[in-house]
Design a protein around this ligand. Structure first.
Ligand SMILES: *[C@@H]1O[C@H](CO)[C@@H](O)[C@H](O)[C@H]1NC(C)=O
Length: 492
């Protein structure tokens, strides 16, 4: 009995000691990591333009002016980023259709892209079940034929095998198939677009997105509609008063930065505005523990870690998946196909966007892996992700009816002012949209998708569910519906 108790006590002491040692090591390494992060943050602020390496501790937003500038430079020189003659066969716009009702939207979108004079390929990925077991009154073959006839040269239709989640009865059951867009490895760069969207203007394309720096594998706008007004206000406050970065966007896109030569890749990238950290990290100031948590797997150390884990998780900032600029690679696709898709097939409520945001491009994990790689490689470290401006590429049609979103959409990069702050304050949202927006995704709310309606239908701007409309914004919203419907009727 006495011996037993002694043993028990010894065991307890032993376990406590082990836990203490682990905790101590954890705390120490977290402390160390925080110190390092702080150190590099300081360096990035002091000599951001050329510290001799890529910024490893921030996520960058690319302003529209910078995208446009890269584009016109390449097109003027007719050279790609390796100095070779531009080969437009290496660029593709990609659509994906798993529902026959959406086929016509691709016709509308591709026609508009062709009218704009783009030389890129136009690729439609269509799930093979639409052809094998047509279950609607839509003549799939005929629709695909129409599409092909838009341009024998540029339009390509590729059948893909849909990926179904077993035991999933929702409308998203085959949404993991969308990840097959990452398989388009024939191309150096693809611009993936959901086709329930409007390309704004008469002749619009997004060619400029093919010319993002070649080391960038993935770029997309953020799902801004998930941010609360206070979150956005805080992001502005943070840039100006906490991080003390310049809030004037023009400072980031001045002449010298835009004319940065190819060999000044560090200067170009480091000069881009940072994403305000409060959008993806909580206020704990303990960045290290937070990014470590985001990557931890089941282990004793992660159990110990969870004892002092940050309480308020912050994972509001996510990439939208309706428009994505991708540099496809076989290696990445193999990981997606043999690892990520099988792993998420049986998980409940895990769809394409979750795989993209939780497994591939989680903002916290990006910081963690960037920094880890940087410590190993220093000069050879290359970042691979950018945030695109939502005002140009990420607008949801419903936002025109929701004044809570206006503040966000007034400026190009979150946390930064395009000009003098007051100027934009007076600008009307409809003018901003007309001037800048290129791609608007039709939301399901407050109205259904436009192709369910007739051109003659009047889309009323009633005030519903405390959505106050402003007249001008509503006119734009109505105009978008009508514009889409007339484009649709002309093609389909
Ligand atoms: C990926 O693309 C290649 C080339 O087009 C094709 O042969 C292959 O079947 C595709 N893989 C999947 C899983 O769809």
């Amino acid at each position: 009995m006495i011996l037993g108790r002694k043993k028990l006590r010894l065991t307890l002491v032993f376990i406590t000691a082990v836990v203490c040692v682990f905790t101590f090591v954890e705390v120490l390494s977290t402390f160390q990591l925080n110190k390092e992060i702080e150190h590099y943050k300081y360096i990035m602020k002091k000599k951001k333009n050329n510290p001799g390496f890529f910024d490893p501790i921030n996520i960058k937003q690319i302003p529209y002016a910078a995208i446009e500038n890269l584009h016109s430079k390449r097109v003027n020189e007719n050279k790609d980023s390796n100095g070779d003659v531009l080969d437009w066969n290496k660029f593709a716009y990609v659509n994906y259709v798993a529902d026959a009702e959406y086929l016509c939207n691709t016709n509308v979108m591709f026609k508009k892209l062709l009218d704009s004079g783009t030389k890129a390929k136009l690729v439609l990925l269509v799930t093979s079940d639409l052809l094998e077991e047509p279950n609607s009154d839509i003549d799939v073959e005929a629709k695909l034929q129409d599409l092909k006839e838009l341009s024998e040269n540029q339009v390509l239709i590729k059948q893909i095998e849909p990926i179904y989640k077993p035991k999933d009865g929702t409308e998203w059951k085959n949404s993991l198939s969308k990840l097959l867009v990452f398989n388009e490895t024939l191309y150096d760069r693809i611009v993936y677009m959901d086709n329930d969207a409007l390309l704004r203007g008469e002749t619009t394309n997004l060619d400029e997105l093919f010319f993002l720096p070649s080391y960038i594998d993935f770029a997309a706008p953020l799902t801004y509609w998930m941010f609360t007004s206070s979150k956005i206000a805080h992001a502005y406050h943070e840039v100006a008063n906490v991080e003390k970065w310049s809030t004037r966007l023009d400072k980031y896109i001045d002449e010298s930065f835009l004319s940065a030569k190819k060999e000044d890749a560090y200067q170009f990238y480091n000069g881009l505005p940072n994403l305000p950290p409060s959008l993806y990290l909580s206020e704990s100031k303990n960045i290290a523990s937070e990014i470590l948590e985001s990557t931890s797997t089941i282990s004793l150390s992660s159990t110990v870690k969870s004892l002092y884990a940050t309480k308020n998780k912050n994972d509001v900032a996510k990439f939208a998946s309706d428009l994505m600029v991708i540099k496809p690679s076989q290696e990445l696709f193999d990981t997606i196909y043999t690892d990520l898709i099988p792993r998420n097939l049986k998980r409940k409520e895990k769809y394409d966007m979750d795989v993209i945001n939780e497994e591939m491009y989680d903002l916290k994990k990006i910081i963690y892996y960037q920094f880890k790689l940087f410590k190993k490689l220093k000069k050879a470290f290359v970042p691979n992700v950018l945030v695109l401006p939502a005002r140009e590429y990420g607008l949801l049609s419903g936002s025109l009816r929701n004044p809570k979103h206006y503040d966000f959409l007034k400026h190009d990069c979150i946390g930064y002012y395009d000009g003098i702050e007051k100027d934009a304050k007076n600008e009307k949202i409809e003018d901003i949209v007309a001037k800048w927006n290129k791609y608007t995704h039709f939301s399901d709310y407050p109205m259904g998708k436009p192709w369910y309606y007739d051109k003659s239908d009047d889309f009323e701007c009633e005030i519903k569910d405390n959505l106050e409309d402003t007249e001008g914004a509503c006119k734009t919203w109505q105009h978008d519906f009508r514009a889409f419907i007339s484009e649709y009727e002309a093609v389909c």
